[in-house]
Design a protein around this ligand. Structure first.
Ligand code: OXD
Ligand code: MN
Length: 602
């Protein structure tokens, strides 16, 4: 024990099962010491100094970027590796066709071999963390053990960590056991394993946020979706934002978009001039994850379980997201962006022109126009380079982020990145139809996943990589929620990414998206007009406030067009996808598909 806990004092908890688990993990990974994270400022400073000394992180220019640090991951470790991500349940059929499956026995054995002795010569940090405000009825506790200070520093930003969490956990509280080791960062020995039946996550061989900040995708989505199914709530890949109306009333929406489709930008939107003048204001509650429960008032209430943003850097600038730019001026960890000579950072499509020189995300000297051996332009920052920053620094942050009961949701918005097919916005006919709309959502692949960019994939409710159980059962769970909801949010679908015949975006996006949200909320309050189409209600041209936008009538027509021919093809592709769930696809979803198909054929 002395070798494992060479600290002055014993582990700061009375939780025997937790102490035993940490001790077992230390026996497996063989670190030289175990340090329990208390979450204090002194500890933060100590860890930063140590990680700077070893080169794990680089201290940035403290005059220009106070409290900011820089980190590079391994070149083959820059995005989530979905093909190495598994759900490990006793029965294979429980994970469905959209997840990789491994039996718990095989998974523990295989990864156990990678973890064995993996922390030799390193420190094992024990991070108690809370997803959701500590003590909130929504909150779930996890404990992550890791051999990476980068992980500790990121978890400090993304979650609530330390002694207060242990105190809340007490001697017997439930917690998710999260084990992480960088090991030797070998992609051939990388595994991201989820054991929903054991409330356990094991991640080995990676240092990329989405794979190693285990409170985020692994706990808050894959494990939590499983818990939510058992406990009757929803764990979703959704932003949450408040829209303050001219009369001061704030309405909240939750919106699901696949990774890297602008969720962070939408969540922090600044109203365009016309709507600002009307008195609209946006409050950011979350940019990635929503946990939603039906409360005693019969309405759907949501919290953002995270405390920080892990946002994509390239493309973030004062035009696309001024609030994010203001947020990341201090206390930010930048990963895989360009390091400038003056120890500040840069990325493609940022505010400043490219610097004359710098060190790129791979640690190599870089200058604008540099080409590789194949003659391709070398990017300064990786397309999935990130910033990690406390949500509290965001100028538009809602004080409700810390509210134990969260916010009431008026509308749920699903969105895809489609160049054709889906109109700018439409409203589903009912909750059941809305679940079908979410179930058949599709998008083009982005840089947040390893794979071929641009390829269209179905991504139901943006949960394809994150649903911790059979998606047929997941749709059934959404339908089940309907039965208990008394105040039902309306369900919408949006597509900001429609293009013309030259591939140019038809809709300006960003702040202008508020015009669509305004229509959505007006629909929820029975204040705006819709036209019935075979796929749902679309706005009448007059019901959208386009004041100051100068959008040609013809463009608006194209944006709202529902081309029956393309949609009939779309229905066939949906049918193929839905069939993959076999008899676990609820009949109600087939019924919605059939009725919509009929409406389109009429
Ligand atoms: C993310 C993702 O990082 O969805 O949020 O990949
Ligand atoms: Mn995400």
């Amino acid at each position: 024990m002395a070798a494992i806990f060479p600290q002055k004092s014993a582990p700061p908890t009375k939780h025997l099962a937790l102490k035993r688990w940490v001790s077992d993990m230390a026996t497996l990974c063989k670190p030289s010491r175990v340090v329990w994270i208390d979450g204090s400022e002194e500890e933060k400073k100590r860890l930063e100094d140590e990680a700077v000394a070893t080169g794990e992180i680089i201290r940035l220019n403290q005059d220009k970027l106070p409290g900011c640090f820089y980190h590079r991951t391994a070149v083959n470790d820059v995005a989530r590796t979905e093909h190495l991500t598994y759900i490990c349940t006793k029965k294979k059929e429980d994970v469905g066709p959209t997840n990789n499956w491994m039996s718990p026995k095989e998974a523990y054995k295989k990864a156990g071999a990678y973890f064995r002795g993996a922390m030799k010569g390193r420190t094992m940090y024990v991070i108690p963390f809370s997803m959701g405000p500590v003590g909130s009825p929504f909150a779930k506790i996890g404990v992550e053990v890791t051999d990476s200070i980068y992980v500790v520093l990121n978890m400090r930003i993304m979650t609530r960590i330390g002694q207060k969490v242990l105190d809340f956990l007490g001697a017997e509280g439930e917690f998710t056991k999260c084990l992480h080791s960088k090991a030797d960062l070998d992609i051939n020995k990388r595994l991201i394993l989820h054991f929903p039946e054991d409330n356990t996550i094991w991640s080995v061989g990676s240092g990329y946020g989405g794979n190693v900040l285990l409170g985020k995708k692994c706990l808050s989505l894959r494990i939590a979706s499983h818990m939510a199914k058992q406990e009757g709530w929803l764990a979703e890949h959704m932003l949450i934002m408040g829209i303050e109306e001219p009369n001061g009333h704030v309405e909240y929406i939750a919106a699901a978009f696949p990774s890297a489709c602008g969720k962070t930008n939408l969540a922090m939107l600044i109203p365009p001039e016309g709507l600002k003048a009307k008195g609209y204001k946006i409050w950011t509650v979350g940019d990635d994850i929503a946990w939603m429960r039906i409360d005693t008032d019969g309405a759907l209430w949501a919290i953002n379980p995270e405390a920080g943003f892990f946002g994509v850097a390239p493309g973030t600038n004062s035009r696309t997201n001024p609030n994010a730019m203001a947020t990341i001026k201090k206390n930010t960890i930048f990963t895989n962006v360009l390091l400038k000579k003056d120890f500040t950072v840069w990325w493609e499509d940022s505010d400043e022109p490219p610097p004359e020189e710098g060190i790129d995300w791979q640690g190599r000297p870089w200058r604008p126009g540099l080409k590789d051996e194949k003659g391709q332009i070398v990017k300064a920052a990786h397309a999935n380079s990130r910033f990690t920053v406390p949500a509290s620094q965001c100028p538009s942050i809602s004080f409700r982020l810390e509210h134990h009961h969260g916010v009431p949701i008026s509308a749920i918005v699903f969105g895809g990145r489609r160049t054709h097919v889906a109109p700018l916005v439409y409203e589903s006919f009912s909750w059941q139809h809305g679940v079908y709309v979410g179930a058949t959502m599709a998008s083009e692949r982005t840089a947040a996943q390893v794979g071929k960019l641009g390829e269209v994939r179905r991504d139901p409710m943006a949960m394809l990589p994150f649903c911790g159980y059979h998606m047929g059962d997941y749709f059934a769970h959404w339908l089940e929620v309907d039965k208990r909801l008394e105040k039902k949010p309306k369900i919408f679908h949006v597509n900001w990414f429609r293009t013309d015949e030259h591939g140019k975006f038809l809709w300006p996006g960003y702040g202008e998206n508020l015009r669509i949200l305004e229509w959505i909320l007006d629909r929820c309050n029975g204040k705006s007009q819709g036209v019935k189409t075979p796929i749902g209600y679309i706005p009448t041209p007059e019901s959208l406030d386009l004041n100051g936008l100068h959008l040609p009538k013809e463009t608006l027509k194209k944006l709202l067009e529902i081309d029956r021919f393309t949609w009939i093809q779309e229905m066939e592709s949906q049918k193929e996808f839905l069939s993959s769930f076999g008899d676990r696809l609820p009949q109600e979803i087939w019924q919605e598909w059939e009725e919509q198909n009929k409406r389109l054929q009429e």
